[in-house]
Each structure stands twice: as C-alpha cells, then as structure tokens.
Design a protein around this ligand. Structure first.
Ligand code: CP3
Length: 353
C-alpha cells in the first residue's frame, strides 16, 4: 500500500484540521482540455474511452499534470449502471446520452434487476489502474448517480428539460417509480462498494436532477434512496475512513434534511450563500462548492475575487472543499481553471493556522 502524500481533501471532508482549502473540479477531465480531446479521438468515442483501462487512466491524470488539484476523480459516467442493466446507452453527437430501450411500461419496470457487476468490470479495472498511476499523489474519488437522477435518464430515454415522462409516472404510478428507485439504490450500493474495494478513497453521489422536484417529492423519491445508499456503504478501507459526498443540484432549500442522512459532506451549487449554509448544517457535515462554473468565463481578476468571496463566506475552520457548483463547461479556457485552483490555495491559507 503506497502512502498518501496529500490527504488534505480527505481531512477537510471529515472536518479535520487542514493548512489550506483543498480544491478539485467536477468534470475536471473533459473536453475543455485539448489533451483530453486527443485521447478521446484515439479511443474513438466517449464510451470506448470509459471502457479502455489505459486511456481512462490517462485522462483521469491529465488535469493533475496541468493543475495543482487535491483529488482525482475516476473517469467514467453515471450512466454505466443503466447501460449494464441492458438499456443500450449511446451518445448521439451533440445531443448527449440516449437509451435504445428506455423504461416506460409496467413490464419494463418489472423486468429491471440489479446489474451484474461483471458487466462493470471495466470500472473496477479503471479504479485499480488509476490508483497505481496516482502512486499516492492525491486521493481518488469514486462516484455514482443518485437513483432519482439515473431514473430520469432511464425513463425519459435521454436528457430532458421538463421531465414529463418521469413526473407522469411519479404522479400516476408512484409504485412503479419506487420499484425502479429501489433496484437502483441496491445497484448503487454494490457499485460504490466495489469501487471502494478497488481503491476509491472517497465517493460522491451525483443527484443532478433532484432539484426539479417539490420538497415532498424530493424527500420521497430522491433523498430517501440516497439515505438508503449511505447506510449501505463501506465507510472504511485501507485503515482510513471513506467519506461520502451527496450533491443535489438545486438542493439549497433542503440542506437541513440532507445533512441528516448520514453523509460526511454536501455538495452545493452556486445559488447558496456558503456562510448561511454552514450555519444551517452546523457540525453535521462538511460543505463542497460553490463557484459558478461560468464565472470562469470572466477575467482573471473576476475569478480571483469570486474565489476570495467564497472563501470569506465560509470563513475560518475546516470542513470546506472548494469546487465548482456543477461541471466545468467545455468552452472554458484551461488557463482560467489554473487561476481558480492557484488562488484557492494562496488565499485560503489566511483562514487556517
Ligand atoms: O468529473 C470528472 O472528471 C469525472 C467524469 C464524469 C463524467 N460524467 C465524464 C463525462 C462524471 C463524474 C460524470 C457524471 C455525470 N454524467 C453526470 C452527473 C454530473 C453532472 O454533470 O450533472 C451526468 C448527469 C452524466 C450524464 C452525462 N454524461 C451527460 C448528460 C453527458 C453529456 C453532457 C455533455 O457535456 O455533453 C455525458 C457525457 C460525458 N461524461 C462527457 C464527459 C467528459 C463528455 C463526453 C465527451 O467527451 O463528449
């Protein structure tokens, strides 16, 4: 077992003392980097890249070679689970993800089963391979989609603006949606525990679409299933705690409830004031966020002043991981990402002894 040289990210998630605020970026490996586009071209397409151990390892490491990041995140996608369930995932150029066989009818719902983990061996292989390549440089984050977010893609058949199909099921046949979410929660538990066994040192649950629900529906159809997952996860591996981060985009109104499900940290989008969020969750969880990814389209001075504002809002003490409030946009200038990361490191020292 290689010793971890930089554990600032893991310590901040557990609210332990740190010398500076750690930083990583959602979607840090991706199309805004020319070296990523070159490797993807070599793989052919995005899914082939995810399934190629060597190339998936290479693109995971790429942002760490450019920037002083405090964590790496597994290069993969949340839709690997429904793909392994046999829904036929494909990416239509410029249109985002799509499924050949979406889940629409009662028969479709009853046919769903927890995926066979052998079909996701490529994810486990990528985790082991990335850990080797990192050689203790920074911790590796594993991840999964939340059951509700996965169900959105599986039922809509792809991306959606209104979520008409899944909401129709939710209001007409809640029993069917609950069955989908149950199977997904069980699948996510197996999937994340397998990633932890293979070497993931923290895990994040991406609930990209929970924020489109009413408060009651959020609790019943999204939060409840994330609570079930958190309760089913291995929380220790290699003699260290494995922190769990729950990120609901648009979840800012429900932080108190989210802080109660047993996760170590909550991800925040940019709509929340960090000082108020900190007061609302108290000592229960650490916070991750909350820079608007489009502020990276501002000048270097603007980026620095936004970083300064966010660090000041969190104030002193541990329990903050700096991140974007959502994934980095593909048209972002890589040099601007560097300004963000370096200013987090420089400016945050003043808030730590
Ligand atoms: O953060 C990282 O660097 C790790 C890799 C990662 C990807 N997707 C790679 C990816 C992670 C953590 C995800 C999560 C993911 N995937 C989410 C949750 C987070 C979020 O952004 O809301 C969702 C909803 C998906 C589903 C998905 N995958 C969509 C909607 C798309 C198309 C969006 C787009 O930007 O075009 C993808 C494709 C995808 N996943 C890309 C990458 C780098 C772009 C693929 C390409 O190279 O063309």
């Amino acid at each position: 077992m290689t010793e971890l040289k930089n554990d600032v990210f893991l310590r901040a998630l557990l609210k332990q003392e740190v010398e500076y605020t750690p930083v990583w970026m959602m979607r840090q490996a991706g199309r805004y980097l020319p070296e990523y586009r070159a490797t993807r071209a070599q793989a052919g397409d995005f899914l082939s890249l995810c399934k190629n151990t060597e190339l998936a390892t290479e693109v995971t490491i790429q942002p760490l070679e450019r920037f002083d990041l405090d964590a790496a995140i597994l290069f993969s996608d949340i839709l690997t689970i429904p793909d392994a369930m046999g829904l036929g995932l494909y990416f239509a150029e410029g249109e985002g993800p799509k499924f050949e066989r979406p889940v629409r009818t009662e028969a479709d719902v009853l046919a769903l089963e927890v995926m066979d983990m052998h079909k996701l061996q490529y994810v486990t292989d990528a985790v082991s391979s990335i850990r080797k390549a990192l050689n203790g440089r920074v911790p590796l984050i594993g991840f999964s989609g939340s059951p509700f977010t996965l169900a959105c893609y599986m039922i809509e058949g792809g991306s959606s603006k209104e979520f008409r199909t899944i909401k129709t099921m939710m209001y007409q046949r809640p029993d069917l949606l609950h069955r989908v979410l149950d199977v997904l929660a069980d699948s996510v538990i197996v999937y994340l525990n397998t990633q932890i066994d293979a070497g993931a040192q923290a895990v994040q649950i991406f609930d990209t679409w929970g924020g489109v629900l009413s408060e009651t529906a959020y609790q019943n159809f999204s939060l409840r299933y994330m609570q079930k997952i958190v309760a089913g996860l291995k929380r220790e591996s290699e003699g260290r705690q494995v922190p769990v981060i729950v990120f609901t985009k648009g979840g800012g109104l429900w932080l108190e409830k989210m802080a109660d499900i047993g996760a170590d940290a909550l991800g925040l989008d940019w709509t929340v004031n960090l000082s108020q969020a900190k007061a609302r969750v108290g000592d229960k969880v650490a916070l991750q966020g909350n820079f608007d990814p489009f502020a990276l389209f501002g000048t270097p001075e603007l980026i620095e002043s936004e970083v300064a504002r966010i660090l000041a809002e969190f104030g002193t003490g541990s329990g903050h991981v700096f991140n974007l409030g959502h994934g980095i946009n593909q048209f972002t200038h890589p040099e601007h990402a560097k300004i963000l990361i370096d200013s987090v490191h420089q400016l945050s020292r003043a808030y730590h002894d």
